[in-house]
Design a protein around this ligand. Structure first.
Ligand code: SF4
Length: 397
């Protein structure tokens, strides 16, 4: 099980994120930073250099100069990191192992597209030290995959999963998307039921976001593509919650569920304000109250900037409420020294009154106290609720 936020642990082991911005072909809905080209050696060499600089900067901030900062999660995301060669990945992994004190049981994740997975690739990744794989299956319906512009078909995803198991991976996440073009309720149910029967340790289920500027956005706004209506989208989400729970998966974050003990340790750092460093173009970092985005055009490695207290409070709400275990008033108090129920009295009363949030007495370890979390109704309106709370922060000082 994951732990509650413990502000005293904000200098605990770091998470390391590496962005690999290459894809075989852009999916029609995607606005992630990724380019349709083959991974370039130079990019990985540059990251290796940045890792050394970033580790030194982190040691300075943490007050541990002269000692390597410790890290216990590594996450290669993209893009399609599995497109990179073993040498390219190895260059970065060596740099991480040299610059950080990596714990022996570190969670080491790599994202992959089913199209790039072969038995050989899976064994190669295992040999490099990856312990967890996150694969973008998205759907097991070829019609839906085609409408999203995915390069793989459903059978390819099934075979890739088998190859990963064969190579010995025992911690696998499968990413799914609902609310996609051409997707009917039955298609979503069939995909989810089959994926559950495959028993991956972790399942992510995201509602498709229509992002401005993408081919899908253009088709949708010009009437050439359609998306399931909102009510159907919510029915798909609720089906996922009920089915995953019945199958023994723990719904621990708005869009993530895991078999007990397999919650993603790296992503939990994002959602509980624990420190992490991101390397590669557009990668984000958060450490000692500073947040940053690497900007490779300007040559900045971490791009850290100190956050204002208001920004930190906004982050706390935005990340903490994503977790189903909720946001602990005691944590707010230890981080900011104030009472969240005083500071955000009006919006909290309103949102609780509307049945979108609950505030109940909870206890976690030695820190009993009130916990604020989404109600089932609130889970359908997470963005407006968070926006309302964060928007009220400006007037709360
Ligand atoms: S594989 Fe992932 S990162 Fe690449 S284009 Fe598709 S959705 Fe975007």
């Amino acid at each position: 099980m994951y732990e509650r936020i413990d502000p005293a642990k904000k200098t605990g082991p770091l998470g390391i994120y590496v962005h690999v911005p290459y894809c075989i072909r852009k999916c029609r809905y995607c606005d992630f930073v990724s380019f349709e080209k083959a991974p370039e050696d130079e990019y990985f060499r540059r990251i290796a250099q940045d890792i050394e600089k970033g580790a030194n900067a982190a040691a300075g901030l943490l007050g541990t100069a002269g000692r390597k900062p410790s890290a216990d999660t590594v996450f290669f995301g993209g893009g399609t990191p599995s497109l990179a060669s073993k040498e390219q990945l190895g260059t970065v992994l060596d740099a991480i192992r040299n610059a950080f004190e990596l714990s022996p049981d570190a969670e080491m994740t790599i994202e992959m597209n089913p199209e790039t997975v072969t038995a050989g690739k899976a064994s190669e990744l295992k040999a490099l030290g990856f312990s967890r794989v996150s694969m973008g299956v998205q759907s097991l319906d070829d019609k839906v995959l085609k409408a999203m512009g995915r390069i793989h078909g459903a059978d390819r995803a099934r075979k890739a999963y088998a190859a990963l198991r064969e190579a010995g991976f025992d911690n696998i996440n499968l990413d799914l998307i609902f609310g996609a073009p051409e997707q009917e309720l039955k298609s979503w149910k069939d995909t989810l039921d089959e994926v559950i029967s495959m028993r991956p340790e972790h399942i992510s289920f995201y509602s498709l976001q229509l992002e401005e500027g993408t081919p899908l956005y253009k088709d949708y706004t010009s009437g050439r593509a359609d998306l399931p209506p909102w009510e159907l989208n919510r029915e798909m989400y609720r089906y996922a919650l009920g089915t995953l729970k019945a199958a023994g998966y723990h719904h621990y974050e708005i869009s993530n569920a895991a078999l007990p003990g397999f919650e993603c340790r790296h992503n939990l750092k994002y959602w509980s304000m624990q420190p992490y460093l991101g390397f590669g173009t557009s990668a984000h970092s958060f450490i000692e109250g500073r947040r940053g985005e690497a900007d490779y055009c300007k040559g900045s490695t971490l791009g850290l900037k100190e956050e204002t207290e208001e920004e930190l409070k906004g982050d706390f709400i935005f990340t903490g409420l994503r977790l189903t275990r909720g946001l602990y008033a005691a944590d707010w108090k230890s981080m900011f020294g104030s009472d969240i129920f005083e500071e955000l009295r009006e919006p909290l009363e309103e949102l609780i009154g509307k049945g979108l949030l609950s505030a109940e007495e909870g206890s976690c370890g030695t820190h009993p106290g009130k916990v604020i979390r989404f109600t089932p109704e609130g889970l359908d309106r997470t963005n407006p609720v968070m926006e309302e709370l964060i928007g009220a922060l400006g007037g709360s000082k």
